[in-house]
Design a protein around this ligand. Sequence first.
Ligand SMILES: *[C@@H]1O[C@H](CO)[C@@H](O)[C@H](O)[C@H]1NC(C)=O
Ligand SMILES: *[C@@H]1O[C@H](CO)[C@@H](O)[C@H](O)[C@H]1NC(C)=O
Ligand SMILES: *[C@@H]1O[C@H](CO)[C@@H](O)[C@H](O)[C@H]1NC(C)=O
Ligand SMILES: *[C@@H]1O[C@H](CO)[C@@H](O)[C@H](O)[C@H]1NC(C)=O
Ligand SMILES: *[C@@H]1O[C@H](CO)[C@@H](O)[C@H](O)[C@H]1NC(C)=O
Length: 200
Amino acid sequence: MAEQSYPQRKIEMESAKELKRKKRMKLLVYALAFAIFQTIVILIFSFTVMRIKNPKFRVGSITVEELTVTAPNSSSFNIILNAQVSVKNTNFGHFKFDNTTISFDYGGVGVGDAFVAKGRSKARSTKKMNVTVEMNSNNIPNNSSLQSEIESGFLALTCHSKLSGKVQLMKLIKKKKSAEMKCAMLVNLVTKAVQDIKCQ
Ligand SMILES: *[C@@H]1O[C@H](CO)[C@@H](O)[C@H](O)[C@H]1NC(C)=O
Ligand SMILES: *[C@@H]1O[C@H](CO)[C@@H](O)[C@H](O)[C@H]1NC(C)=O
Ligand SMILES: *[C@@H]1O[C@H](CO)[C@@H](O)[C@H](O)[C@H]1NC(C)=O
Ligand SMILES: *[C@@H]1O[C@H](CO)[C@@H](O)[C@H](O)[C@H]1NC(C)=O
Ligand SMILES: *[C@@H]1O[C@H](CO)[C@@H](O)[C@H](O)[C@H]1NC(C)=O
């Protein structure tokens, strides 16, 4: 009996040792896997959530509220536009911005400004606002191509603006960010509509 049980016990002891070794190995593999997982999570986090990007400031649609043009002798215009502007914030924290103005130009000459009130664009969302701009041709020199453009039925305008503010992440990180707008458009004087709005 004893002759039989001795090697038997030895085998049992060895398999117990083997089991312990396997268990330790398993733990090690788990720890390693966890460390790798954590590193990946941190990397993804720092490349997505923690990476703060500039919001986008754009003009969506524009409607004409009032439009009067005179031509040919004294070419001039008085136009009131209602523009829907948007602040697209792709960050994981809100973007709080200051008051600003959108300047409208004809041939590089200022024809009117739209006021944009300060506000905030929530995390990963787009804030839309309506702004009104009153434009006139008072500052346009009389040697410009305004008359011929009015006669053609289309008025080419541009607008530009800069929105400054801060992106705040998890109540901890605040970073100054800004969004620039630069758009071109055509005012159709016949249909009294704004078309071909193109923003950079
Ligand atoms: C406008 O111009 C036309 C010629 O192009 C002229 O006959 C007319 O008298 C002008 N009217 C005014 C108010 O200047
Ligand atoms: C922003 O505009 C509002 C409303 O016109 C005004 O009361 C406020 O003083 C302005 N803030 C700044 C910082 O200019
Ligand atoms: C902006 O104006 C359009 C119509 O001109 C209206 O449908 C829309 O609700 C307005 N949006 C805001 C945020 O006031
Ligand atoms: C253009 O404006 C100037 C003054 O700014 C004036 O002296 C000139 O006569 C005007 N020319 C025409 C063609 O109206
Ligand atoms: C218009 O007149 C101004 C001076 O009053 C001159 O500087 C400008 O070059 C002129 N523009 C054109 C298109 O003739």
